[in-house]
Design a protein around this ligand. Structure first.
Ligand code: 26V
Length: 821
């Protein structure tokens, strides 16, 4: 029987209580008297699972019977965060569960804190994958996410004396109730070894790969519960194990001295997520991770395909689309070729036709240092057969290049899948473009740059291959669950179907200048801020006022994201306030959350500088409450869920052209923060929707950035041309923020002046400062501010990941919805 809100699940408070207590006894082995909070949490999860698992098998059965086309989302990262709140929301049971727990003497919000984040991703790319699988299930699309079951997710960050310290993340230390091990679907993955050419009697050649070792992939399934829906899809994560038998043949027994080392390798493959660090090119383990999960996933896909179609592969690309989340799973392309040719006996042409119609590739960055390349020698050692296949793909592709640009060797050198040089490299991006039927960027401006700057020749060859799908975020997690106050207000005002149809939020527009609604809206924001005030105190000991403007900059630390631009501006404000204590200025709290890749030196110096500046300012009696700076340690999904609902200003300040999309920008605007941003990535589309007058846009545009660089940008001109810039940079050379240690913060100044300021921090400084003046001025007019905030929430409908998924379906995947009864 559907419930009031139209959900299919109906479990009363009494039934839920019964289930929790029963699970406390039978699943957790404890009882109501002596159970810890962790046990109560576990019992609640088990109660949820009783509802989820039956829907899971119903969904799988339906998809099998209907033999529907499905998308297979291959990603090395799924940044899931916590699942309890989301699963309860999706089942429409959050209120009843909260009530049940209350009657049992527990606060659901407290118990939720017991759940460790599933931090199996670095940042935007991994969180996007998590939002996408939520939307796929919510829209009833047959889909499966494939990834790695890392033992340790992204490192846990602590701050000691202002510096980042990395500690291992052990999310599964005490088990994880959401996952199901499926040993029956274990796969074996060959590695290393050599390729034998067999001359058949009929004169043909056959290639036989004799692997040097074999590792096992054991799948763990995480149910993905669709909103309101009856669809429960799965996220299948592979864990590596040593195979019982090590397939050493005579040749290799001699070649590998260290058999134990190989055994260790097997156990190491799924040990830890790689932080996106300086360079991964030399890391064999990373390549093995990529191949491991691609091979397991393709075998899994093949097993399911054969169940319905046997050895007739003519329907493969009709039934199966494989989405490559960045170039990380590129090796799936030559692997599928290998499987078709070496194992299934197809010829090149047939195998290639299927592959080219099965793969699609999403590009997430233009940064040259982030574009994957693998040394040929490494590939040859780990995947000798795949290297041969890549060479053959390249040979045939270069023939096409010759046909398009006869005699133009420069073109061949530029487009070849192999980069020649002292160290020959495989260009994974080029391989993806050649092997996929669609290539997409993640925001309109980014998709244009993919065509014009990254892959212009490919675009000339295959213009119809290139499409845009602007990113989105799931409003279930990023509004309904994380911001219950605003969610209730919205539902009271316009009805409760917005989480599944986010464009319904436009119905809030007429309320934007109604004083009564403005008051309630700002009251919800204030209560969220009050809650964050407590969190800040608990985490850092810093006391901040909820009356201040909460300015939030949360994302991975990278020079292009320009956390140091924010920091320089804070220094400028500090100076201004010291010089002119009566300056007309609404108090501000600057909140930072960011992890730096462990090997990224300057990023770590920026974290150190933020903490040192924070110490000094927060303890300066002359400043009082006018300015506070807080660095929140260990930024992650669950912390984002506390920060986003409390943000007044959303800092989205990348150098134009560098942030492919951004998704935090969408989350904060949806929760009523005004964006302080450059015209970059999805900020541009947010401005189109929200109206530039409801944001604080500043800085050089993409074209102006290009022009500035072309003309020969000189940061010293800004240093000598703007006394405030000079003063704050020189300040970093003193010991004002690091007593007794002058120059401890100089690395930032040096990178901006001697390092040439590659991300144009100084060029955008003044414009940024002016935008902040506008924001500060506007905040004093609470009605004007409230109106803009409401208009932001009302006009973010486009940025639901449901819309992104519908765009993928229409432009790339051609899926059909499949209702599950
Ligand atoms: C990787 C690396 C590796 C080498 C060192 C520097 C570096 C910098 C960035 C990256 C990330 C590459 C892929 C990525 O995470 N892109 C992000 O994808 C999000 C989802 O599409 C998007 O919103 C972000 O703008 C984009 O940066």
């Amino acid at each position: 029987a559907p419930t009031a809100e139209g959900f299919a699940v109906d479990v009363s408070v009494e039934q839920f209580k019964e289930s929790i207590v029963r699970n406390l006894n039978t699943t957790l082995g404890t009882d109501v008297e002596k159970a810890s909070d962790k046990a109560w949490w576990g019992a609640t999860a088990a109660a949820v699972n009783e509802l989820v698992f039956s829907r899971l098998s119903q969904t799988q059965k339906t998809h099998l019977n209907k033999d529907t086309r499905a998308v297979h989302y291959l990603s090395l990262e799924f940044l899931m965060g916590r699942l309890m709140g989301n699963n309860l929301q999706s089942l429409g049971l959050f209120e009843n569960a909260a009530q049940a727990l209350k009657e049992l003497g527990h606060e659901i919000t407290d118990l939720a804190e017991e759940e460790p984040d599933m931090a199996l991703g670095n940042g935007g790319l991994g969180r996007l994958a998590a939002c996408f699988i939520d939307s796929l299930a919510s829209l009833n699309y047959p889909a499966i996410g494939y990834g790695i079951h890392y033992e340790h997710g992204l490192f846990r960050q602590t701050i000691q004396q202002g510096r980042q310290i990395e500690r291992p993340d052990s999310w599964r230390e005490y088990g994880n109730p959401w996952e199901i091990c499926r040993p029956e679907s274990t796969q074996e993955v060959p590695l290393f070894g050599y390729v034998e050419t067999v001359f058949e009697n009929d004169g043909s050649l056959r290639k036989v790969w004799h692997p040097g070792s074999v590792i096992k992939g054991v799948p763990w399934d995480i149910p993905i519960v669709g909103y309101k829906g009856t669809t429960v899809n799965i996220l299948r994560l592979w864990e590596s194990r040593a195979s019982e038998f090590f397939d050493w043949d005579a040749f290799n027994a001699g070649a590998y001295k260290d058999a134990q080392g190989e055994q260790n390798l097997a156990e190491t493959v799924s040990k830890v997520l790689y932080p996106n660090d300086e360079t991964e090119a030399g890391k064999q383990l990373r390549l093995v991770q990529q191949y491991f999960f691609c091979a397991c996933s393709l075998k899994d896909i093949m097993r399911r395909y054969k169940r319905a179609h046997g050895n007739d592969f003519s329907k493969y690309a009709e039934q199966i689309v494989i989405q490559l989340n960045d170039t990380h799973p590129t090796v799936a392309i030559p692997e599928l070729m290998r499987v078709f040719m070496d194992e299934e006996g197809l010829n090149w042409e047939d195998a290639w036709a299927i592959c080219q119609n099965a793969f699609a590739y999403t590009n997430h960055t233009l940064l040259p240092e982030a574009l994957e390349k693998w040394p040929v020698y490494l590939f040859e050692r780990v995947l000798p057969r795949h290297l041969e296949i890549i060479y053959e793909i390249n040979r045939r592709f270069l023939d096409e290049v010759e046909a398009q640009w006869p005699g133009d060797d420069a073109k061949k050198i530029k487009l070849s899948l192999i980069e020649e040089g002292a160290q020959r490299m495989i260009r994974m991006g080029n391989l993806c473009v050649v092997g996929s039927y669609k290539v997409n960027g993640v925001a309109a401006v980014h998709s244009e740059l993919v065509k014009s700057d990254l892959f212009p020749e490919f675009y000339e060859m295959w213009p119809e291959k290139f499409v845009n799908v602007t990113n989105g975020v799931t409003p279930r997690r990023w509004l309904k669950a994380c911001n219950p106050r605003l969610s209730s207000l919205i539902s009271e005002t316009i009805g409760s179907d917005w989480p599944g149809q986010l464009d319904k939020l436009v119905a809030l527009k007429p309320y934007a200048d109604k004083p009564a609604f403005q008051k309630k809206y700002m009251q919800a924001k204030r209560e969220n801020k009050l809650e964050l005030v407590n969190t800040i105190r608990e985490l850092t000991g810093v006391e901040v006022s909820p009356d201040a403007i909460f300015d939030v900059l949360i994302k991975r630390l990278h020079e292009y994201k320009r956390q140091h631009l924010n920091l320089l501006h804070i220094l400028a404000l500090y100076r201004r306030l010291l010089e002119n204590p009566n300056m007309d200025f609404h108090p501000m709290v600057f909140l930072f959350g960011a992890k730096a890749a462990p090997g990224y030196k300057l990023a770590k110096e920026i974290i150190y500088a933020i903490n040192k500046v924070a110490d000094r300012i927060n303890n300066d009696p002359r400043i009082k409450d006018k300015l506070k700076v807080v660095f929140l340690p260990n930024y992650r999904v669950s912390l984002a869920e506390k920060l986003i609902p409390a943000a007044d200003l959303s800092e989205q300040i990348s150098t134009a052209g560098y942030e492919a999309s951004g998704t935090g920008n969408m989350k904060m605007a949806l929760n009523g923060a005004l964006t302080m941003g450059t015209m970059d990535g999805a900020n541009i589309e947010i401005a189109e929707e929200a109206g530039e007058e409801n944001m604080f846009i500043f800085g050089l545009s993409v074209d102006e950035v290009k022009e500035t660089k072309a003309k020969g940008y000189n940061p010293w001109d800004y240093y000598y041309g703007n006394p405030e810039i000079k003063a704050v940079l020189d300040w970093l050379d003193t010991d004002y923020f690091t007593p007794g240690e002058p120059g401890a913060l100089s690395a930032i100044k040096r990178s901006l002046l001697d390092g040439g300021d590659p991300y144009l921090v100084l060029a955008d400084f003044e414009s940024y400062s002016e935008a902040h003046k506008r924001a500060n001025e506007m905040y004093k007019d609470q009605k004007a501010w409230a109106k803009s905030a409401i208009l932001n929430t009302a006009q973010m409908g486009k940025f639901t990941s449901d819309r992104s998924i519908e765009d993928y379906v229409e432009r790339i995947w051609s899926l059909k919805k499949c209702d599950v009864k």
